[in-house]
Design a binder for this molecule. Structure first.
Ligand code: PA5
Length: 363
């Protein structure tokens, strides 16, 4: 049996994603400070609505903050994963352009359109065309350090979204929530880091429980985007297909797929329910009742409940666990969690042809 304890277990992590995750508290502090310091050239009350444009690891930061504060937001907010801005985005829209690399073509085309619409733009990036183009246009840039994998920069991408929403008064003041989130991240690192042996480390244990199966993540409300983050991390780090969906919607279609005689796929399914103690009462009942319905049709069902007071802390409690699980699962599968060749290859192929007018395009 491949062991996860001891330094040799980490040899397969060529980009040091596990030690990098150990630096999450510093990442939160630095990124929060950068977002608090950036000068916004518009008053908070100029903002009527909010869009965060991004893809992959840079978009999920928006989903997670939106998921955590969806019931406390005073202003409408959407996450845009597309080449086009929706028609409603205009002069009063705060458009956060979130791209860790600053080179993602969908985000760059949105950046250009947001400027053309005179929207209130802010970039969150480590550089690339996005940073240089926006700096030249006088658009504020929350500068992140370069050299990371975008998905390993989640906390760095996420903290500015929370800070910016706070600064424009779109959410109740978040200083207390950010302080608790910091404690949660520190506690997660202390409990889940590689030095904690498997016998005492829930992330290592969970990774082993997922080995050989197909992970299916179910969330609801605050945990719905967390399930998507787990799916993405398992895919990118452990190189394993994973699936995510959300209650109550899945009760209206997906459960039927588990009601017949078990298929080869359902027999392999390792279902993880990501729950929030503050889920709507009916959602709590749905988790329990749906579990009863599907239990005999999947390989296993595990239920994990977020801990913490503030929405940000509860969300990060589960995100940190999922990040560690995905990295340990990679090591158990004998794959290097760092490189994502499929994404790199696709981006290279797409870059061989032009894709229209975009921020930072030459000529
Ligand atoms: O994890 C990844 O590498 C991807 O999901 C990227 O985040 C995505 O391709 C977008 O790139 P960026 O975050 O640099 O804009």
């Amino acid at each position: 049996m491949f062991g996860l304890d001891g330094p040799e277990a980490l040899a397969g992590d060529s980009l040091g994603l596990l030690p990098g995750l150990g630096g999450s508290v510093a990442a939160l502090d630095e990124s929060r400070a950068a977002a608090e310091a950036v000068e916004l050239p518009f008053p908070a009350d100029a903002v009527t609505d909010i869009a965060l444009c991004g893809m992959g690891g840079s978009a999920i930061a928006g989903d997670l903050v939106l998921g955590a504060y969806r019931d406390r937001l005073h202003k409408p907010m959407s996450v845009v994963r597309d080449y086009y801005l929706p028609g409603w985005i205009g002069e009063g829209t705060l458009v956060m352009l979130s791209s860790y690399s600053g080179g993602t073509e969908e985000t760059l085309t949105c950046a250009m359109q947001a400027l053309e619409r005179n929207s209130l733009c802010v970039a969150i990036t480590s550089g690339g065309k996005l940073a240089s183009f926006y700096a030249q246009e006088g658009v504020p840039v929350v500068q992140l350090p370069p050299g990371l994998q975008p998905r390993a920069a989640l906390i760095r991408l996420l903290a500015p979204v929370a800070v910016l929403l706070d600064r424009i008064g779109a959410v109740p003041p978040l200083a207390g929530d950010l302080a608790e989130a910091r404690e949660t991240v520190a506690a997660s690192v202390a409990a889940l880091r590689p030095e904690v042996p498997e016998a005492e480390n829930p992330a290592k244990q969970l990774a082993r429980a997922l080995l050989g199966g197909v992970p299916l993540l179910w969330g609801a409300e605050l945990t719905a985007p967390v399930a998507v983050r787990w799916k993405g991390q398992i895919a990118e780090n452990a190189k394993l297909p994973a699936f995510a969906s959300a209650l109550p919607e899945l009760d209206h279609n997906e459960i039927v797929g588990f009601s017949g005689s078990p298929s080869d796929l359902s027999k392999l399914t390792r279902l993880i329910m990501l729950r929030d103690p503050r889920n709507h009462r009916q959602v709590q009942r749905r988790f329990d009742l749906t579990r009863e319905l599907v239990e005999g049709h999947v390989d296993s069902v595990l239920s994990i409940t977020a801990e913490g007071e503030s929405p940000l802390a509860r969300m990060l409690d589960l995100v940190m666990l999922g990040d560690y699980v995905s990295l340990y699962l990679a090591l158990l599968r004998g794959v290097d969690p760092g490189p994502v060749e499929a994404i790199d290859r696709l981006k290279d192929r797409l870059a061989q042809t032009g894709y229209g007018r975009t921020a930072g395009a030459e000529g």
